[in-house]
Design a protein around this ligand. Structure first.
Ligand SMILES: [Zn+2]
Length: 265
């Protein structure tokens, strides 16, 4: 019990630090800036942020969300992402335990969080994030098929090999969003098609169908509510990437259990 709490706390702290790094990526990658240098600085007055003001979660609260030097407001997104990633890492430990599967799902979660943030703020889904995710999914499924291991989150497809689930899943994701992207230009873009392919590679067949279903239903629902409440007009493009990313993460966590419950044989 005590050890469990200790591990949960440890993963919470690691998650907060990773969340801090995710914030840096989400800020700098769309602007084509290096994510390593220069070190953290205030975007307003360029003040180089010392270590004591760069502690995830705590520094934001301690500084009251303002730059120590010039007092400009620090975006609240920084705090939410640090808190959210911290909670997510603790959950990942609790859900999967210490395992290679946990490490893999953790990596995918980070990829999807970065994509969600960048699409939400910039309406783009950078290849620099999508392609490495695809490579990891293909390499892992390839190795798993050769050496005979497969993670618990994949659902039984009837195919023997993990790499077949992966390839079929990726193709389905790609094809499913290709048509709407061609038909409704502006609403859905080429980035969404590539992200759907990535999600198919990550979740595999048949879970990709569940992930796409969740994304389309939740996206449609939220878009409908935003239009009804007149928070968005028909001309506004509501990015679809965040819905795809969230659906992917939820499918990784619970998709297999859900399918087993739905089809109990
Ligand atoms: Zn400043």
């Amino acid at each position: 019990m005590f050890m469990t709490v200790l591990w949960l706390a440890l993963f919470f702290l690691v998650g907060a630090a990773v969340g801090s790094f995710i914030n840096v990526i989400a800020d700098r990658l769309p602007a084509d800036k290096s994510i390593i240098s220069p070190p953290s600085h205030c975007s307003e007055c360029q003040y180089k942020i010392p270590a004591r003001d760069n502690i995830p979660i705590f520094s934001y609260l301690w500084l009251g969300g303002h730059c120590r030097k010039c007092g400009t407001t620090i975006p609240i997104r920084l705090l939410w992402v640090e808190l959210g990633t911290a909670a997510l890492f603790a959950f990942l430990y609790w859900h999967y335990g210490l395992s290679w599967e946990m490490a893999l799902v953790t990596f995918y979660c980070c990829v999807f969080i970065v994509l969600l943030l960048i699409d939400l703020e910039h309406n783009i889904l950078p290849n620099k994030i999508v392609y490495p995710g695809m490579v990891v999914a293909l390499v892992m499924a390839g190795l798993g098929s050769i050496f005979g291991f497969e993670p618990g989150y994949t659902a039984d497809s009837g195919f023997r090999l993990w790499i077949v689930d992966t390839a079929v899943g990726g193709s389905i994701g790609f094809v499913l969003l290709l048509l709407p992207a061609i038909l409704y230009q502006g609403g859905m873009g080429w980035g969404d098609v590539k992200l759907a392919a990535l999600i198919g590679l990550v979740t595999g067949f048949p879970l990709v169908l569940l992930a796409m279903f969740l994304a389309i239903v939740s996206g449609g629902l939220i878009a409908g509510i935003l239009l009804l409440l007149k928070l968005k007009s028909r001309k506004d493009a509501i990015p679809f990437g965040p819905f795809l990313s969230l659906a992917a993460v939820i499918t990784l966590f619970w998709g297999n259990d859900f399918l087993n419950w739905l089809i109990p044989f």
